[in-house]
Design a protein around this ligand. Structure first.
Ligand SMILES: [Mn+2]
Length: 310
């Protein structure tokens, strides 16, 4: 009698154990499929615009960028400034393998037949001395023109010329830069904690800047100034970076696009093969603990991708 009960218990426990195990395996499978929607598939675009990678700083989200580059190919790839952060490298050398991998990836793009155009920004102004030259097939240009599928011409610049702070008080920009580094460091710790709690990536620094700079009207002034200059030069639109604030919108009849950055918002501007423009926010977690995140499921909050059908 005792034996039978024991046997039954064993059977029940082994069934529930197997059920538990299969549940966990199923969950992990679902998670792997869900968390990597781009796994194995690759999107191809007419053009991809990225800027403000800030390679050479701990803030640069190189792994996320590599992941994005792997699954987003294009006829033309525009690097719209602040690709390498010369300001920070001068202060302190920081160059991990992932940053090398990004450079290798960009060079490989050229070898595979993509056109890669590099427009230096203020943090990589050293590259402005090499304008009209090639780096392993990457064209270095002060500014560029991209023609959309529908014929509209876009002016491509990094945008720092419109930043009065950078233009007129370089020392102030350097001080601001150190404070900014501090926020980014806080942001990293903060998000590591969020990842541990099974929460999605959220940019503290982007949030703070959104609050602060909006109050100072900096963003609006910058955007207006850039759009106005594009119009003056006879363009129908402009693509820039610099302020780390991804955007697509019309300003007085001019298409204003900002491709964002890869230290905070992990964003890129793309022109699809059918000619429409879209902002992509790369919010995939790369260093998560799969089961934890899946079980502590929270409603998916995806940043609103502003898109514009041209
Ligand atoms: Mn910049």
């Amino acid at each position: 009698m005792k034996n039978t009960v024991l046997q039954r218990l064993l059977i029940v426990s082994s069934i529930s154990h197997t059920a538990c195990l299969s549940y966990v395996i199923l969950q992990m499978h679902v998670l792997l499929c869900e968390s990597q929607p781009s796994f194995g598939e690759c999107m191809h675009y007419r053009a991809v615009f990225i800027s403000d990678l800030h390679l050479g700083t701990p803030g640069c989200q190189a792994e996320a960028l590599l992941d994005f580059l792997k699954s987003h190919t294009s006829d033309t790839l525009y690097l719209v400034g602040d690709i390498v952060d010369g300001w920070q490298l001068r202060r302190k050398w920081y160059w991990p393998q992932a940053h090398n991998d990004v450079v290798q990836k960009l060079l490989r793009r050229v070898r595979k037949g993509s056109r890669v155009v590099y427009i230096p920004g203020n943090h990589d102004e050293f590259a402005r001395d090499f304008v009209e030259h090639h780096f392993g097939g990457i064209e270095v240009m002060e500014e560029a023109t991209h023609t959309l599928l529908d014929g509209r011409k876009l002016w491509l610049i990094h945008g720092d010329y419109f930043d009065a702070v950078v233009q007129y008080a370089k020392w102030l920009a350097y001080v601001g830069d150190s404070l900014y580094e501090l926020t980014l460091r806080l942001n990293r710790h903060f998000n590591r904690l969020r990842a541990r709690l099974g929460m999605r990536y959220w940019s503290l620094s982007a949030y703070l800047k959104g609050k602060v700079k909006k109050a100072l009207n900096f963003v609006t002034d910058f955007e207006n100034a850039v759009a106005h200059e594009a119009q003056k030069r006879g363009y129908q639109g402009v693509v820039c970076g610099h302020i780390h604030r991804a955007e697509i919108r019309m300003i007085n009849g001019i298409l204003y696009c900002n491709d964002g950055d890869w230290v905070e918002s992990r964003s890129a501007l793309v022109e699809h093969v059918d000619g429409h423009l879209e902002l992509i926010f790369w919010d995939q977690e790369l260093d998560f603990t799969p089961v934890k995140i899946k079980l502590l499921q929270e409603p998916a909050v995806v940043p609103e991708p502003a898109s514009l059908v041209s």
